[in-house]
Design a protein around this ligand. Structure first.
Ligand code: E4P
Length: 215
C-alpha cells in the first residue's frame, strides 16, 4: 500500500519524506490557498523533495481549459499527476490527457460509477473522499469496497487513492479493503506509530535496565 501526504505545506512534506516511507503528495486549491503561495512555484518545490507522484489540481471547469492547464502543470516536473474533477468535462479531459501520456488523478469521487467511468478513460488514480461521505451520515468505506470490487471484476489498472482521511481507523480500514494508496494529512500520519503500551513498555525496559546497570 502506498502512502501519500495530503498537504501543500513544504515543512510537513519534508518531515514526512524524512520518515522514508512517503510515496507521493496530493494538493488541492484549498490546501494551496491555505499556504498563500503561487501554485506552480509550490508544485516545483514539492517535486524537488518528493520524486513519486505529485497531484496538481486544475482550476478550469471546462474540458478545454482543464486540458490546457493540465498540459502546463505536467511541464513543471515529470512526476506531476494532473488532478481533475469527476465531472463530464473532467472525464473528457482525462481521456485527452491520458492519450498524451499525462497521468491523471480523478478527484471528488463520491459514487462507484464515477470510478468506473474514469477507469475506462484511463485515469492513473481515482480519489474517493471517504471522510466527506461519513460527514453526511453515509459510509465512506463502502465506496472503497465497491470500487475495489468493480476494478477487480474487470482488471482496471486505475489505482484507488483513498482521500479525505481523517483518523487512523480510516487508514486501517482502507488497508484492509485493498485501497492501493491513501493520502493522509500530516497530523494523522503522525499517529500511525503511536500506542500507549509501546511507550509504557519502553519506559519499563529502560527503568529495569537502569536499576541493574545504573545508566
Ligand atoms: C485529496 O486529494 C484531497 O485533497 C483531500 O483528501 C480532501 O480531504 P478533506 O475532505 O479533509 O478536505
Amino acid at each position: 500500500m502506498q502512502l501519500y501526504i495530503d498537504t501543500a505545506n513544504l515543512d510537513e512534506i519534508k518531515e514526512a519524506h524524512d520518515l522514508g516511507v512517503l510515496d507521493g503528495v496530493t494538493t488541492n486549491p484549498t490546501l494551496i490557498a491555505r499556504e498563500g503561495v503561487d501554485y506552480g512555484k509550490r508544485l516545483a518545490e514539492i517535486c524537488e523533495v518528493v520524486k513519486g507522484p505529485v497531484s496538481a489540481e486544475v482550476i478550469a471547469l471546462d474540458a478545454a481549459g482543464m486540458i490546457e492547464e493540465g498540459v502546463q502543470r505536467a511541464e513543471i516536473a515529470e512526476n506531476i499527476v494532473v488532478k481533475l474533477p469527476c465531472t463530464v468535462d473532467g472525464l473528457k479531459a482525462c481521456k485527452s490527457l491520458t492519450d498524451r501520456d499525462i497521468r491523471t488523478n480523478l478527484t471528488l469521487c463520491f459514487q462507484p460509477l464515477q470510478a468506473l467511468m474514469v477507469a475506462k478513460a484511463g485515469a492513473f488514480l481515482v480519489s474517493p473522499f471517504i471522510g466527506r461521505i461519513d460527514d453526511i451520515g453515509e459510509d465512506g468505506m463502502d465506496l472503497i469496497h465497491r470500487i475495489r470490487a468493480i476494478y477487480d471484476n474487470y482488471g482496471f489498472e486505475t489505482k484507488i487513492l483513498a482521500a479525505s482521511i481523517r483518523h487512523p481507523k480510516h487508514m486501517l480500514d482502507c488497508a484492509l479493503a485493498g485501497a492501493d494508496v491513501a493520502t493522509v494529512p500530516f497530523k494523522v500520519i503522525a499517529q500511525f506509530m503511536q500506542h500507549p503500551l509501546t511507550d509504557k513498555g519502553l519506559d519499563a525496559f529502560l527503568a529495569d535496565y537502569q536499576k541493574t546497570f545504573g545508566r
